[in-house]
Design a protein around this ligand. Structure first.
Ligand code: NAP
Length: 227
């Protein structure tokens, strides 16, 4: 059975992706913080008979993240698919953005994907197979007032993905980034932006790159502007 590691699996796009991958036969390792949403997702996964395990992890804590990745490798093996999805946005003008807010967004949206990728990469390279998918954002290719930290993290994630793609050439692995526009999730609530797509539509796209897409898509930037 193939293994997918999905971050942010408790709700939103990550939850939809976990269910979509499970429907295609993946077992799931889900690093996530304990929460009511996570408990509800866990109950639904159990009800559907999905082989899964949540691992307690705040992805902004470097040592905790590394320990969690080691635990997943020891107990579940190397992932066939890693989906770096967990993310946050905190809106403020550049003049008002605090160091702490800047660092929180960079830590989760950019540093955590780097650390998780670094943790799993040797085992994936050894098996000469695997796909590393990043949920960036359409914010990675444009600018928006009061979102500088978020955009910087997502533009950075694309830079990271592009360099990783070069390193993965001819290894049997691939990486790519999905760039959704406005998705109907908690993150969008209160933003003033209307939803242009559902979490399921993003999940279906991620599933395609997790399974059927040729490795020749290595390095792809998949823009989803919505309808
Ligand atoms: N919604 C949109 O319009 C949109 C558009 C483009 C891109 N995206 C991107 O899509 C991804 C998923 O977003 P979403 O819309 O599904 O957001 P969401 O519904 O707010 O879910 C965010 C997920 O990230 C997790 N998370 C937050 N902080 C964490 C931490 N410190 N450690 C571990 N997990 C943490 C949350 O877990 P908790 O329950 O513990 O908080 C939750 O599972 C993000 O990378 C986001 O930037 C979203």
């Amino acid at each position: 059975m193939s293994l997918a590691v999905v971050t942010g699996g408790s709700r939103g796009i990550g939850r939809a992706t976990a269910f979509a991958l499970a429907a295609r036969g993946f077992s799931l390792a889900l690093p996530a913080r304990p929460s009511a949403a996570r408990t509800e997702t866990e109950e639904e996964l159990r009800r559907r008979g999905v082989k899964h395990r949540f691992f307690d992890c705040d992805l902004t804590e470097g040592a905790e993240l590394t320990r969690t990745a080691e635990l997943i490798l020891a107990e579940c093996g190397a992932p066939d698919v890693l989906v770096n999805n967990a993310g946050i946005i905190e809106r403020a003008s550049v003049a008002e953005c605090t160091d702490a807010s800047w660092e929180r967004q960079l830590a989760l949206n950019l540093t955590a994907p780097f650390r998780l990728t670094r943790s799993f990469l040797p085992a994936m390279l050894e098996r000469r197979r695997g796909r590393i998918l990043h949920v960036a954002s359409i914010s990675a290719v444009l600018g928006t007032a009061r979102q500088a930290a978020y955009h910087a993290s997502k533009w950075g994630l694309l830079g990271f993905m592009k360099c990783l793609a070069e390193e993965l050439s001819d290894t049997g692995l691939m990486t790519c980034a999905i760039l959704p526009g406005s998705v109907e999730t908690d993150m969008l609530a209160g933003s003033g932006f209307p939803a242009r797509m559902t979490p399921d539509e993003v999940a279906r796209t991620l599933c395609f790159y997790a399974t059927e897409a040729p490795l020749a898509h290595n390095g792809a930037i998949v823009e989803m502007f919505g309808t």
